[in-house]
Design a protein around this ligand. Structure first.
Ligand SMILES: [Zn+2]
Length: 259
């Protein structure tokens, strides 16, 4: 599941491929917009907001995409073969390159002035220019009886955290994932740490929270169920929490994150 840092990197790749160039082809392979055609319009820019991507196009239109579970945008040379089957949901091409949106969980075309309807509910974006830790804390505190694990994934509180950063942030702060939001004293430190972890991973693919980029050493708890904690040796626990079916996975160390 792509998290905020991966979506942010994707937006940067789309900007370098599409910004300021006129579309020579658009192909919406979703029923709702199958007849849409953006050919001849210049792409203004692509922004990421939490896990949403907003590609603004000349004429007051915005292409809204979301990577969901395993979506991606690939940039290929013009004329490159498009993979067969139904994996490609959207193609945006100019004279120099072709952007292939594969397995996108959402493809929509809206008026740019209506973007707020899509992303206006989101809390402060951990990687956005308007990141506001105080506002994130304020939103978290509005539901003090909620578990911190669920609250951190709720993009209305703060936007960009998925299951990996949730698990890693809570481990590093020594917080049991089912602890109530209202019982956590230093929420500000918690959200600031999450922000630093995402920001530290902006420049490279993959998620590193230990400072060690070797794949087997990159995380504290995520992907390490049943293996010994790097700090205390307790076997890492794995469980489920929350109600969003794709985002239940939680890993923690019962030694470092006691009840
Ligand atoms: Zn431990």
């Amino acid at each position: 599941m792509p998290e905020g840092d991966a979506v942010h990197r994707t937006a940067a790749r789309l900007r370098s491929a599409l910004d300021g160039r006129v579309l020579t082809r658009s192909d919406f392979r979703v029923p709702r917009h199958a007849t849409a055609d953006l050919t001849g319009r210049e792409v203004l820019t692509t922004l990421s907001r939490g896990k949403h991507l907003l590609t603004r196009v000349e004429g007051g239109l915005t292409v809204h995409t979301h990577l969901r579970m395993d979506g991606s945008w690939r940039i290929v040379a013009p004329g490159a073969r498009v993979p067969p089957g139904d994996q490609v949901r959207l193609i945006l091409a100019n004279r120099d390159c072709t952007a292939l949106g594969r397995k996108l969980g959402m493809v929509d075309l809206v008026r740019t002035e209506d973007e707020a309807r899509l992303v206006g509910h989101l809390g402060p974006d951990l990687l956005g220019p308007d990141w506001d830790p105080d506002e994130a804390v304020r939103r978290l505190r509005e539901a003090p009886d909620r578990t911190i694990g669920e609250a951190l994934l709720d993009q209305r509180n703060l936007a960009g955290i998925g299951t990996i950063y949730r698990a890693e942030t809570l481990f590093l702060r020594g917080i049991w994932p089912w602890r109530k939001v209202g019982e956590i004293e230093d929420l500000s430190g918690l959200v600031s740490l999450a922000q630093r972890l995402l920001a530290a991973n902006l420049e490279h693919a993959g998620t590193v929270t230990t400072g060690d980029r070797r794949p087997s050493n990159a995380t504290w708890v995520y992907g390490r169920a049943g293996r010994p904690c790097r700090r205390c040796g307790t076997r890492i626990s794995r469980g489920e929490m929350g109600s969003q079916p794709q985002e239940r996975l939680i890993l923690w160390c019962a030694g470092c994150q006691p009840r």
